[in-house]
Design a protein around this ligand. Structure first.
Ligand code: TYM
Length: 343
């Protein structure tokens, strides 16, 4: 079966953007593809973080995958650091990655702005290569992500092509390999709505885990009262009525899009329902739809985390399955790169 791979960093709390841009879409793919969902903890160390929080954030992130509908009878859920092949492949791929490719990554520029590129960690700079190895290790065909990961996916595709060209085909065959491509070229799956959920306090910047104000995002585990309060206080505008796709009304487009997804309605239905509404009428409607959509996720999260040992067992089985796929990938590449492999 064709494979799908994706992951979320266990940094801060998972928010509505992570859910609508990525996790919610993973669920729909489980019946058609072999799906692997990774808690990418090694990525979480690329920026200053609190070691006291990482374990908990790692378990919480995995628990939220399941709570959102990832079904372990269909999908493998595991922690990146439990499958050391990610690191190994990253090193091998690094040797085929021109520095110039990494210098073009807009996320590095954004994330290193605060401390300055000189002071940012080397791992923040090389992180897209680790992300490429997360994907290429499993020979994934599709990678469901939000809009902000598009550039990293392009780099992953370029890198796969480059390695196939440098080491694959006849050259690999001469070294005793099967020949042909070493890596599949993966494609991003970016949802038509929800790929870029914006901040509640500024419709021009995206909702993010690291924004200082918690008012700017809805976390998946926020209480009902907190969700209602955040929506009540979120930024709006003073135009009459509500509409999609007006560049002067980024907040309006964002909130309507969120409502569209969580209510399960079509864009046309939402337009018809909301076009004459005031913010005062729409906000409680949106808050209720969000609460109704997230409540079952929160209930399942409580159930999953209440059962001691359950989650760790899931993660251990997931890592076993991932390792089965990952080990031959690395072995093939090492063979094609000319390493001495002992039997
Ligand atoms: P991360 O942890 O920042 O985000 C996880 C997923 O959530 C999406 N996302 C959003 N979608 C819509 N609106 C938003 N405001 C929003 N914010 C985040 C992201 O696009 C992502 O899909 N590098 C990745 C993690 C990663 C990965 C991978 C993903 C590492 N290896 C391999 C796929 C495959 C990241 O930092 O995502």
């Amino acid at each position: 079966r064709e494979r799908v791979v994706s992951g979320v960093q266990p940094t801060g709390s998972i928010h509505l953007g992570n859910y609508l841009g990525a996790i919610k879409n993973w669920v729909a793919l489980q019946d058609t593809y072999e799906t692997l969902f990774i808690v990418v903890d090694d990525h979480a160390t690329t920026q200053p973080y609190d070691p006291q929080q990482l374990r908990k954030a790692t378990r919480d992130t995995a628990a939220l995958y399941l709570a959102c509908g990832v079904d372990i009878s269909k999908s493998s859920v595991f922690v990146q650091s439990h499958v050391p092949a990610h690191m190994e492949l990253m090193w091998l791929l690094s040797s085929s990655t021109p520095i110039g490719w990494l210098q073009k990554m807009t996320q590095f520029k954004e994330k290193s702005r605060k401390e300055g590129a000189e002071n940012a960690a080397v791992s923040l700079f090389t992180y897209p290569v680790l992300m490429a190895s997360d994907i290429l290790l499993y020979q994934a065909e599709y990678v469901p992500v939000g809009e902000d990961q598009k550039q990293h996916l392009e780099l992953t595709r370029d890198l796969a092509q480059r390695v196939n060209h440098l080491y694959g085909g006849r050259k690999w065959k001469k070294l005793g390999g099967r020949g042909g491509s070493l890596f599949k070229i993966p494609e991003p799956l970016i949802p038509p709505v929800g790929a870029r959920v914006m901040s509640l306090t500024d419709g021009l910047s995206k909702m993010s885990k690291s924004a200082p104000s918690d008012q700017s995002r809805i976390n998946l585990l926020d209480s009902k009262d907190l969700i209602a309060d955040k929506i009540k206080r979120c930024k709006t505008d003073s135009f009459a009525g509500l509409e999609f796709d007006n560049a002067e009304r980024p907040e309006c487009n964002n909130l309507l899009s969120v409502y569209q997804i969580v209510s399960g309605k079509t864009k046309e239905e939402v337009m018809e329902e909301c076009k004459d509404m005031s913010w005062g009428t729409f906000k409680p409607l949106l808050a209720d739809a969000l609460i109704e959509h997230l409540s079952p996720v929160q209930v399942r999260y409580q159930e999953i985390t209440a059962e001691t040992g359950y989650l760790d067992k899931v993660l251990s089985e997931g890592a076993d399955r991932a390792t089965e796929i990952a080990v031959p990938t690395v072995r093939n590449l090492r063979q094609a790169m000319g390493f001495l492999i002992l039997d």
